[in-house]
Write a new protein. Structure first.
Length: 402
């Protein structure tokens, strides 16, 4: 890879810009605004449940995001978060960004936004960012330092080739993610069909389907490679876990879970975070660990717990103003439709087959992500040529297709 270095600012199509600042009391109408929460949850900024900010006409002319813009964390509570980079993807509506983020818009005639997104995700790019991080009460970077940062500037065709190779892997991961969403929708539709087909309106309390497991686990007793699930790993309205963490990252007491347990996010239950597990591990104490009483009804229990009526009940009975939490004592007595044992088991068999397929997809995506990150590091460290990287990725896709 060609290694000519330039000041980052030489690649800009417009001056870098901090986002807009609106206190919570003024939000609620206007333009969707990317906040730190969405930024740290996503490498690619697309569509999400953004807060709205009432931009002025002048702000609309200067503070709207475009596809390919790069966003950098201007401030973070952690050193690791400062200077983090995300790329703006497509959306069906206008978006702006908040003041803790810096927008960089590159000149596409000389710089590929996707190439620089990958560069700042590499160890080489991260080390460059770390040279400009200032640590006071919080960690942060200044725009004046970011624009003067020296970055590699190979020919545009080489940038595009690297971005295309890495992008192939990300596109496959994104395709798998879309299949997870379709599988989730199928589970919900089949659950509704199964339950609405009954004629006697029989119901069953959730407590008859699952047990609340409260197995406290000290992280010092865990292997470093053990799984950890925090609320940040539980997706909204998706009964699968596309990503997980490692127990080596936790220090306080957690709850243990087994494969096929159901994790129910009890903090702010309106976020609708309910998912099944594929292996054992530990999770945040803000998550209920629910174990199916009958393995043959695990799929039915999962769909029931993720049903909108259950989430609505958990939300209405939660306690706390700023940080409402659902209680199992309230949930276990809530009654859900019961189609009869034979129908429930038949549904669970379907759900189990879909679950096994989804777990294979998530495992495949994890391997692809590891490969992407390895190729990423080797390319930007100069230990792998672009042609070699392309061959390795083609080989992997040939193996997947075979």
């Amino acid at each position: 890879m060609t290694n000519s270095m330039v000041r980052f600012e030489e690649l800009f199509a417009a001056p870098l810009k901090n986002g807009v600042s609106y206190p919570s009391r003024l939000r609620g109408s206007g333009i969707p605004m990317v906040n730190m929460g969405e930024f740290f949850s996503n490498d690619r900024i697309t569509e999400d449940d953004y807060e709205l900010a009432p931009l002025t006409p002048a702000e609309k002319s200067t503070s709207l995001l475009a596809v390919g813009d790069l966003l950098f964390a201007r401030q973070s509570l952690s050193f690791e978060g400062a200077g983090r980079c995300a790329i703006v993807g497509p959306a069906t509506y206008e978006r702006t960004w908040e003041s803790h983020l810096i927008r960089v818009r590159l000149n596409s005639e000389i710089a590929s936004p996707l190439y620089y997104f990958y560069y700042f995700r590499s160890l080489v790019g991260r080390r460059a960012i770390e040279t400009i991080i200032q640590q006071v009460a919080a960690a942060g970077i200044r725009g004046s330092d970011l624009k003067n940062l020296k970055v590699p500037c190979p020919p545009l065709t080489e940038q595009q080739s690297i971005a295309a190779i890495l992008g192939q892997l990300d596109k496959k991961i994104e395709l798998n993610a879309s299949l997870l969403e379709k599988a989730d929708s199928l589970i919900r539709l089949e659950f509704e069909r199964t339950c609405t087909g009954q004629t006697d309106n029989t119901t069953v309390p959730l407590g008859d389907l699952v047990l609340n497991i409260r197995e406290a686990v000290n992280p010092r007793d865990l292997k470093k490679e053990s799984l950890y699930i925090g609320l940040e790993h539980l997706p909204r309205r998706l009964v699968w876990l596309p990503r997980t963490g490692l127990a080596s990252s936790v220090t306080s007491m957690k709850l243990g879970f087994r494969a096929n347990d159901i994790l129910f996010g009890k903090l702010r239950p309106y976020f609708h975070k309910v998912a099944t597990t594929s292996a054992e591990g530990v999770c945040s104490t803000d998550i209920l660990v629910l174990r199916p009483r009958d393995h043959d009804l695990a799929g039915f229990a999962l769909a029931a717990l993720s049903n909108d009526l259950v989430i609505a009940h958990a939300t209405s009975t939660s306690e706390g103003t700023r940080m409402p939490r659902a209680k199992w004592d309230d949930l276990e007595h809530f009654r859900v439709p019961w189609p009869g044992l034979d129908q429930a088991r038949s549904f669970s068999q379907l759900a189990q087959g879909i679950t096994e397929y989804v777990h294979s997809l998530t495992a495949e995506s994890a391997l692809l992500a590891d490969l992407r990150d390895l190729v990423l590091q080797e390319l930007f460290a100069g230990r792998l040529q672009v042609s070699e990287a392309g061959q390795e990725v083609r080989l992997v896709f040939d193996l997947i297709d075979s």
